[in-house]
Design a protein around this ligand. Structure first.
Ligand code: NCD
Length: 309
């Protein structure tokens, strides 16, 4: 199997053997339901989580994954305020220093490309936990894993991606990852200013994906197997006025749910704001809390693959 050094872009996972390796290991952890391995394979390792942007799921699932594998964790939650960045230290220097104290670094940063810069100087593996509006590769892995687990299949599906396709890094990574599948019809449903940037479309040579842009959610909901909903990302807008214009573009409520197929699933990387009402949560098609839980198993698998000697 291909060796993983850093996890920077989802493009590193466009190899079936590597993906199978991650998913099989995640299945093993899911079966033992979070207990990890009794041998605690990472017991002498330390993970640093260095987050310059807010996070709940990503940071806690990485930290919990490390602890469940027997490792230890040190963390800075608001690195922009509480690390030496505030004194003007470059990310390169910060990473060199943290890499000298720890065995792996999980990094979230508001600027595109920071994880790559960090990896280029780091003495230990770096995992991109979101670089601004760029990528979020570990989220894409847990998303595809969730689709496979929920629907039993990753090919010949109709998927709609809804919301902020311009700034949504989970979308950017997941679309690239879907290029390893076959026979996907992908509906992109976004307000005009939040459409998917060209650079995140899979090159036609890589994929037979059929991409269709739609403005109305109602037009696609009855046909989808997967409805992947995202938050409109307030923090990426330069003006509050622009944000308000698109903020409430889509909403999944009980009525919308009534139009979906019985076997379909609703996914969301979370946090949600207004785009899915809580009335939807108890429906078995609401897969987003199961999806978040899968993040733990996927991250346990990735940490073990990166760190086990
Ligand atoms: C997402 C993120 O941070 O990109 N959340 C996550 O990691 N699960 C999505 C978001 O913030 O809207």
């Amino acid at each position: 199997m291909s060796k993983l050094n850093h996890i920077i872009s989802i493009d590193q996972f466009l190899k079936q053997d590597l993906l199978d390796g991650v998913f099989n290991l995640a299945d093993k952890f899911a079966k033992t339901d979070r207990k990890g391995s009794s041998s605690k394979p990472l017991k002498d390792k330390i993970l640093a989580s260095v987050f310059y942007e807010p996070s709940t799921r990503t940071r806690f699932s990485f930290e919990s994954a490390m602890l469940r594998l027997g490792g230890s964790v040190i963390s800075t939650e608001s690195a922009g305020h509480f690390s030496s960045a505030i004194k003007g230290e470059t990310i390169e220097d910060t990473i060199r220093i943290i890499g000298g104290y720890t065995d792996i670094i999980v990094l979230r940063h508001p600027e595109i490309g920071t994880a790559k810069r960090a990896a280029s100087v780091s003495p230990v593996p770096v995992i991109n936990a979101g670089d601004g509006a760029g990528e979020h590769p570990t989220q894409a892995l847990l998303d595809l894993y969730t689709i496979k687990k929920e629907l039993g299949n990753i090919n010949d599906l109709t998927i709609a991606m809804v919301g902020d396709l311009r700034y949504g890094r989970t979308i950017h990574s997941l679309i690239r990852l879907l290029s390893i599948t076959r026979g996907i019809t992908l509906y992109l449903v976004a307000p005009k200013p939040l459409g998917l940037p060209m650079e995140y479309r899979p090159p036609p040579a890589l994929s037979d994906m059929h991409i269709i842009e739609k403005e109305k959610l109602e037009d696609v909901v009855p046909y989808v197997d997967v409805l992947y909903v995202t938050r409109i990302q307030k923090e990426r807008f330069s003006s509050a006025h622009l944000y308000r214009k698109v903020a409430n573009s889509f909403m999944i409520d009980g009525e919308m749910l009534g139009k979906m197929q019985e076997h379909a699933i609703i996914m969301h990387p979370l946090p949600r704001v207004h785009e899915i009402t809580s009335a939807v949560d108890d429906d078995p098609r609401a897969a987003y809390f199961r999806q978040a839980r899968n993040g733990l198993y996927i991250r346990m698998a990735l940490l073990q693959m990166l760190l086990e000697e």
